[in-house]
Ligand binder design. Structure first.
Ligand code: FUB
Length: 364
């Protein structure tokens, strides 16, 4: 989530924004209907009737389901803690294939139906086990502290019923639940700045937790978190741990290493018996990946696998559909506004050596 920028960064962002705006003006009104053959974008939005972001994609019973954030223009002023991402419900999308348009299945869960939640329903994820679908979602509680809740349904599209309290021991945002081939499930979570991860130390909340990276440039970067899920998928089965992302030399990644350090948007997929931990580097806007031998890590940083999209945030999921792998992501093609995003999908290629081929979201 957005952070304060240095003057040099502000200049770069301003130049990039102006470039995007100019380019959009040249094709005003056409972006939403452009075919990918003629537009500058790698792919088009899967749905244009509503704004969607942070897509967590799953295949349930052979059909693709996307659990996104539902972006709205709530009128909340923009600030560096992401208050303008002021979403108040979730919609589930489904697709018969990755090339078609998505169907919106209506409101799956609303903030008013979550007893503990106050505001800002951010990036969710979903899971299925033993006849029940689980929707995991971050929201700020009544004290404006991000927690992660869970809601259940008997169908993948809901409506979902929220548990009365957030998951005990959960905090920050961007939950992603990975179920391993042995049936064990793990939740990865956390995001810095607006995601409040910097306020949590040893599981304890400090509202005055570090506010700027500049004081900690030479320290180890904040780590995403992981916890094993209980058999009923409603709680953590064991302690929350830090996810270690190390360099190939086995060293910790430092805060100042903005191109590689974790920012938000964790995801895990398994390929050829290796665990791929993927994430957003946030203010450098890359998607990066690290590989490990256990779902709990450690993971070894490999490289970035997607260059910056149009828009400030970068958030993704990776899913296998009919034997092929796809990246679900978002940009701001439809609105050119940071907080009004649209979900997209593009092929993702694991190369023979296990590396992921770099994806360019904008054509050169
Ligand atoms: O959608 C709100 C936040 O923006 C998400 O939680 C982050 O990952 C970023 O995409």
């Amino acid at each position: 989530m957005k952070k304060l920028k240095t003057p040099a960064m502000l200049l770069l962002v301003a130049m990039a924004t102006t470039a995007c705006q100019q380019s959009d003006k040249q094709t005003a009104g056409q972006e939403s209907t452009d075919s990918t053959a003629t537009s500058k974008y790698l792919s088009d939005p899967v749905i244009e009737e509503i704004y969607t972001a942070d897509p967590s994609a799953h295949v349930f019973d052979g059909k693709i389901y996307i659990y996104p954030s539902h972006d709205i223009d709530a009128g909340t002023p923009e600030n560096d803690m992401g208050d303008h991402f002021d979403m108040n419900d979730y919609r589930v999308l489904s697709m018969d294939s990755v090339t078609g348009k998505a169907t919106d299945h209506g409101v799956a869960l609303s903030v008013k139906d979550v007893p503990w939640a106050g505001r800002q329903m951010w990036a969710p994820d979903a899971a299925y086990k033993n006849g029940t679908y689980y929707l995991y979602f971050p929201a700020k509680d009544k004290n404006d502290v991000f927690r992660i809740g869970v809601a259940t349904a008997k169908t993948p599209t809901g409506p979902f019923k929220a548990e009365p309290k957030p998951i005990e021991g959960s905090y920050s945002m961007d939950p992603a639940v990975f179920t391993d081939t042995d049936g064990n499930s793990y939740m990865y979570f956390g995001g810095i700045w607006g995601g409040q991860l910097q306020r949590w130390n040893d599981g304890k909340y400090d509202p005055n937790g570090s506010k700027t990276d500049s004081q900690k440039e030479d320290e180890t970067a904040l780590a995403p978190r992981v916890a094993k899920m209980s058999k009923d998928m409603l709680s953590f089965d064991g302690p929350v741990k830090e996810v270690k992302i190390l360099t190939k030399e086995g060293k910790e990644i430092l805060t100042k290493d903005h191109d590689r350090r974790f920012f938000e948007a964790s995801w895990v997929h398994k390929y050829n018996d290796k665990y791929y931990f993927t994430y957003s580097t946030g203010d450098t806007h890359y998607l990066a990946y690290a590989i490990g031998n256990s779902p709990m890590g450690p993971f070894t940083y490999q490289d970035k696998f997607m260059n910056p999209v149009q828009g400030w945030t970068t958030h993704h999921s990776i899913a296998e559909v009919k034997g092929k792998w796809y990246l679900f992501y978002h940009d701001t093609q439809l609105s050119n506004k940071t907080h009004l995003r649209n979900v997209k999908v593009a092929p993702l290629e694991h190369q023979a050596d296990g590396s992921i081929k770099l994806i360019e979201p904008l054509k050169k």
